[in-house]
Structures are given as C-alpha cells and as structure tokens.
Design a protein around this ligand. Structure first.
Ligand code: 13P
Length: 247
C-alpha cells in the first residue's frame, strides 16, 4: 500500500484574530493534491475558528492533549474535547513540549495512546539534539523515543511519526536529504523489527526542521520521507509549494 504524502503545518504559539483570518484565506486558496493529506495546527484558542472556516481538504490538529478525558487539570485539553469539536488530529511530543514543559518519553507514549483511544489520530514527534547527533547517538535516541511510543500504541494506522532533529527546528539549518533519509530508513527498520512489517510499510514518517519552499522537493524525493511537519514556513505562502512538493 502506497503511503499517502502528508504535510502538517505547526503554527506553534503564533497568530491573532487578524492573522488567523489571513492564514485561513491563504490556505483555502491552495491547491491540495488528491494524493496529499494536509493538516494544520493552530493554537488551541483558534482551533474552532480555523476548523469552521477552512476548506474540507485541510484538516485541523491541536498541538497537545492530556491523558484524561476531563477533570481537575487546569490548562489542559482532552482528546475527547477535540473529538467533540469535530477535530481528528493532535501533535504529541513536540520537542518544544519535551524541552520547555518537561514531557518525558513515557508521557508522550501515554498521550499518544490516550488520544488514539479517544478516536484522534496523532502526529508523534521524535528527534535528537545537536549534542546527541555530534556524539553519534542519533539512532539510539530516536529508538528510545520510538520504544516509549510503541510500548503504548496498539493501532499504528492512527499514528504519523514526525522526525524533527532539534538542531534543525527554527534554525534555518535543514538536515540534508541524505541525513534525513538515513534516519527515516532506520526508523522504518526499527518499526519492522519491533512492531511489524505492516507498521513499517504503512506508517508515514515525516521530516520536520527548517523545511521551506526551496528545500522541500529534494527532501520529498527521498523514498522514506513521506511528508513534512512545517513550522515557520507554514505561516507563509510557500506552504502552498510544500503541499505540492510531491507533484
Ligand atoms: P521550523 O519549520 O520552523 O523549523 O519548525 C519545525 C517544527 O518544529 C514543526 O513542528
């Protein structure tokens, strides 16, 4: 089964009423190829507004959810609430959540499975830091992160993995297509050996980290790169080029 190309736009903590309106207009003007799945992730406060106004070819994701359906968890959102609002996706385990909000590998695994059980698909993020790459332990780090996710996940058809090397996020320092392909191939092999051949063949593995309109095509040409998770450039017109990078 061919893996459908996937492009996610992570807005992070960016936007205003005015900017969200403009971004939705911009997105609604893009050509979305039939063979490409597009999902954008606005800040929680704007989720419903974006969802209400965006064309149906583009899905909307939250940037985080918790591991409880409801209760005394001030400041959190549950995947059940996303479902209630008609939203189908959430980003879990982004490196900024791991770094600034101290999310552990274990919590990322739990959050991933809890969202899936609630009927929400997950973009699960992993990736090494600069010092880890320099110490030649990239594969060990991503394997450790994958193991924590695989410990909980039962249905891999509801997971898209985003490999985002931390040193490439927001830095303008994109991984070379070869560097990205090497890790993606390793992750696919890891899935084959530790989950199943089916999960390895069918799970989309995205690259994230300084993807832009100029570098997306060569990255998209790599056999194990099934799409992108885009930060900065998802707020710009070049996101339209990235969506169309597999054409
Ligand atoms: P940039 O594309 O801004 O480097 O961010 C990548 C990212 O973190 C997407 O989740």
């Amino acid at each position: 089964m061919a893996r459908q190309f996937f492009v996610g736009g992570n807005w992070k903590m960016n936007g205003s009423v005015e900017q969200v309106k403009k971004l939705v207009e911009m997105l609604n003007g893009f050509n979305v190829p039939a063979n490409t799945e597009v999902v954008v992730a606005p800040p929680a406060l704007y989720l419903d507004r974006v969802h209400q106004n965006i064309k149906k070819e583009i899905k909307v994701a939250a940037q985080n959810t918790y591991i409880k359906a409801s209760g005394a968890y001030t400041g959190e959102l549950s995947p059940q609430m996303l479902k209630d609002m008609g939203l189908e996706w959430v980003i879990i385990g982004h490196s900024e959540r791991r770094e600034y909000f101290k999310e552990s590998d274990e919590l990322v695994g739990e959050k991933t499975q809890f969202a899936i059980e609630a009927g929400v698909s997950v973009i699960a993020c992993i990736g090494e830091k600069l010092e880890e790459r320099e110490a030649n332990i990239t594969n060990d780090v991503v394997a450790r992160q994958m193991k924590a996710i695989a410990k909980y996940v039962k249905d891999w058809s509801k997971v898209v993995v985003a490999y985002e090397p931390v040193w490439a996020i927001g830095t303008g320092k994109v991984a070379t297509p070869e560097q990205a392909q090497d890790v993606h191939a390793y992750l696919r092999k890891w899935l084959a050996e530790n989950v199943s051949q089916k999960a390895a063949d069918e799970t989309r593995i995205l690259y994230g980290g300084s993807v832009n309109g100029a570098n997306c095509k060569t990255l998209a040409a790599k056999p194990d790169i099934d799409g992108f998770l885009v930060g900065g450039a998802s707020l710009k017109p070049e996101f339209g080029d990235i969506i169309n990078s597999r054409q």
